[in-house]
Every structure is written in structure tokens, then in C-alpha cells.
Design a protein around this ligand. Structure first.
Ligand SMILES: Cc1ncc(COP(=O)(O)O)c(C=O)c1O
Length: 418
């Protein structure tokens, strides 16, 4: 039977990235002690008052069709919170609720892009962007970001990629995978480009509450940007609510109206009992949320300080988010082979940077998603893995100084991609 061309466009490399994670789950099911640091799912429970609000709402009978654009109460809470944090003047009419930021990004690009349009995206990038943009038959134009710039996008590199086909710039700050957050001067330069070339800006801000250094900038708050920016956020990371599927878009009124039409043909909104719980989450400064943020910060510090002292490993300190990128090139292995060796030999599952784009080749991404005791254990295992590789490099150099590597050894090295 025949499937649509779209099925090809959404089956990109993003899907393959998770193979190592699947293997880790398989090993775990066999009873192997595996530390799973390959996903970005918070390990905390959703704070109790939020769960209670959902239970109360269910018992009160909030189980019917919801308002497609999201309940007025939740949209008001989202608008108020965004106003307080960004200074941008928005009202409930600018907000559309979606089941998670993922669906929000998908819906926004469906409303902004036509086949053949180009979207400039900083690379390394969140793995699903390619499929999401591909679904519109639009093209991703990657802007490589340099590790020596802390993985921060350079507006001059963006400017160099703008063509008559460019329709939008899609950016994610703080970033997955790198944790880099963009400063005000960078955003101002990018805003200037958007205005000059009449481009949309799609700003994925799902890690905005997990920023540890500096101030989060919502670019829609800059002059001239509100009418050309879709701001996307969710409760998945900040409130440990990934399974609840609550996200949203804030955009100009006409964009919001188009998004409602899309939601009408695709979703019909999200359940009212979930929305009521989400509203409570936004209306209260829950202490659990503050302590989760503090715990992520401590985990980041732990990983950076312990791996920072390990020969062969160089962590890049992230500004925020739930991940740390670590340069493993000194071990002589590609990141993919390092990750495979780390999983099979030491029981730690991480993703190879290549999964997020070629500029992250040689880096692994560590998720800060286990407690500090287990994270310290994972760091010890990574150090052992790297040390073993460095020792074998030295042994090789000493025993085979002329470069006459034995055949068995050579094929082992080839298998590991060295
Ligand atoms: C950068 C980025 N955007 C969007 C999402 C999707 O988040 P949500 O759970 O709100 O759909 C994720 C999830 O990992 C992410 O890392």
C-alpha cells in the first residue's frame, strides 16, 4: 500500500537518535544496572497540589469537550505570567493552549510555512525540529554554532544564510542540547534581521524557568517583534509535568486565530481537568518548583566540577536547561562510539552529540535527570571509561611506537570509529 510523501519527511535522523536509549532500556529490562541519562524527562514527581487540582477537577465532572483555544482561566494565567516575566504586553486572546510545546511548534510551523520555504535553525538542534519542518515540506537551513562560542548562535552567521526563500528563524534558548542561553545583544541583532528581512521568529522557551546564569530574554518583548514572533513554552520541564501535555503559543492575534482553526481540525483542545491543574501550577509560586530548579543547578555544578577534573573529558558549562555537553574527543573515539562503550561497559546511557547535528560531533549530552548520588556515580563511570581509553592510547603508543598496530587491534579500533 502507498503512504503519503509526508511519511518520508517526518522519518528523519531524529528517530534514529534514540537507538542508544532503546538499547539502555533493553539492558535495564535484562536486570543490568543502567543509569539513564539519555532523555530529558524530569525525574521528579509533579508537585502534589497540581495533582490534587486535577483530581478535584475530575471529581467535579470536568470531563467534557474543552474550549478549543484553551480555557479563559488558563490563557489568562499564561498571559499574566508571560507579562510579568518578559514585560511584553499580552492578553489571553494572544494565547493558544496545545498538548505540549512539541505540538505547539508543529502547529506554528503549519500556520507559517509553505513548501519550499527556508527556516534558519541553530545547529546542534532539538532532534524533532527537522521532522516538524519537514512535515511542511519546508527546508531546514542549519547555522552551525561553535563550541568555542559556548554553542551560542552568531547573528552574522544567521545573516549570511538569509535568502529570498527564508521565511522564519527558529531558536531555542536556553538550548537543548547545549544549555546555551542567548544574551540581549544577540537577540537585538537577530530581531534587527527579522525586521529587516520581514521574517517570523519562532522562539522555543521550554527551558526558560531553568536558567541558572543571566536573565531569560523573550525576544517577542523587543521593539517590533511582538507581531512577528511565536513564543512557545510548556510546563513539562519547569513543573515536572511532561506526561500531562500542557504547552502553549503566544503570538499576534491573527496567528492565534489560525492556530485555533488548526486545533479544530486536529485536536479540539486539551482536557479541562489538565487545564485546571495547569492553571493552579501557574497561579502559585510552588516551593517544589523552586527546589527542582535549585536541584538542577546543583546537578549541573556537580557534573561540571567532577568531569572538569577528568583527563579526556571536557564539560561545557551550560547556562541553563537539563543537560551538560561533554567533549570526549581526547579519548580518541567518536561520541557515538564513546556512548556505546559507556553503555555496554559501564552502564551509563547518554546521547551522542551527532544526533543533534554535526557541530556537536565529538560531544556527548548528559541529562541531569537522576539524583546527585547517582549522578556522581555516573560521572565516576564516565571517568573510568575515558581513563581506560587514554591508557590504551598510551599503551599503543609505547608498545607500537613505529605505528605497526597488530591486525586484531587495528580492527578493534576501526570498529570503534577511532
Ligand atoms: C527544545 C525542546 N522543545 C520542545 C520540547 C517538547 O516539550 P513538551 O514536553 O512541552 O512537548 C522539548 C522536549 O524535550 C525540548 O527539549
Amino acid at each position: 500500500m502507498r503512504y503519503s510523501a509526508l511519511t518520508q519527511r517526518i522519518a528523519g535522523d531524529g528517530a534514529a537518535a534514540w537507538q542508544i536509549h532503546d538499547r539502555a532500556l533493553e539492558l535495564r529490562a535484562q536486570g543490568v544496572d543502567v543509569l539513564l541519562l539519555s532523555i530529558g524527562d524530569p525525574d521528579f514527581d509533579t508537585p502534589r497540589p497540581i495533582v490534587q487540582a486535577a483530581i478535584d477537577s475530575l471529581l467535579a465532572g470536568d470531563t467534557h469537550y474543552p474550549e478549543v483555544r484553551g480555557s479563559a482561566g488558563l490563557r489568562n494565567s499564561i498571559a499574566r505570567r508571560h507579562r510579568q516575566r518578559s514585560g511584553q504586553v499580552v492578553e489571553a486572546e494572544h494565547v493558544i493552549v496545545f498538548p505540549g510545546a512539541q505540538c505547539a511548534v508543529y502547529s506554528v510551523v503549519q500556520c507559517l510555512l509553505d513548501p519550499g520555504d527556508e527556516v534558519i535553525v541553530a545547529e546542534p538542534m532539538y532532534v524533532t525540529y527537522e521532522g516538524v519542518i519537514g512535515a511542511c515540506a519546508a527546508t531546514v537551513v542549519a547555522v552551525p554554532v561553535r563550541p568555542e562560542n559556548g554553542f551560542r548562535v552568531d547573528p552574522a552567521d544567521v545573516a549570511a544564510r538569509i535568502t529570498p526563500k527564508t521565511r522564519a528563524i527558529l531558536l531555542n534558548s536556553p538550548n537543548n542540547p547545549s544549555g546555551a542561553s542567548l544574551s540581549l545583544p544577540i537577540w537585538q541583532a537577530l530581531a534587527e534581521l527579522c525586521i529587516r528581512h520581514d521574517l517570523w521568529l519562532i522562539s522555543d522557551e521550554v527551558y526558560s524557568d531553568l536558567l541558572f546564569e543571566g536573565e531569560h530574554i523573550s525576544p517577542a518583548s523587543l521593539p517590533g517583534m511582538a507581531e512577528r514572533t511565536a513564543t512557545i513554552n510548556s510546563l513539562s520541564k519547569s513543573h515536572a509535568m511532561s506526561g500531562w501535555r500542557v504547552g502553549w503559543v503566544i503570538g499576534p492575534k491573527p496567528m492565534a486565530d489560525h492556530l485555533v482553526n488548526l486545533s479544530l481540525s486536529m485536536l479540539f483542545g486539551i482536557p479541562d481537568f489538565v487545564q485546571n491543574a495547569a492553571q493552579l501550577a501557574l497561579d502559585h509560586d510552588l516551593p517544589e518548583v523552586a527546589s527542582m530548579r535549585e536541584e538542577y543547578r546543583q546537578r549541573r555544578d556537580l557534573v561540571c566540577s567532577s568531569l572538569g577534573q577528568c583527563p579526556g573529558l571536557r564539560p561545557v558549562r551550560p547556562d541553563g536547561g537539563m543537560f551538560v555537553m561533554v567533549d570526549v574527543r581526547q579519548t580518541g573515539l567518536s561520541a557515538q562510539h564513546f556512548a556505546e562503550r559507556l553503555l555496554e561497559g559501564y552502564g551509563v546511557s547518554v546521547l551522542a552529540g551527532e544526533a543533534f547535528g554535526p557541530s556537536a560531533a565529538g560531544y556527548i549530552r548528559i541529562g541531569l535527570v537522576v539524583d546527585q548520588t547517582r549522578l556522581a556515580d555516573a560521572c565516576r563511570r564516565m571517568a573510568l571509561c575515558a581513563a581506560g581509553l587514554l591508557i590504551s592510547q598510551v599503551t599503543l603508543a609505547v608498545t607500537q611506537p613505529s605505528g605497526a598496530v597488530s591486525r586484531g587491534c587495528r580492527s578493534k579500533l576501526a570498529r570503534e570509529g577511532r
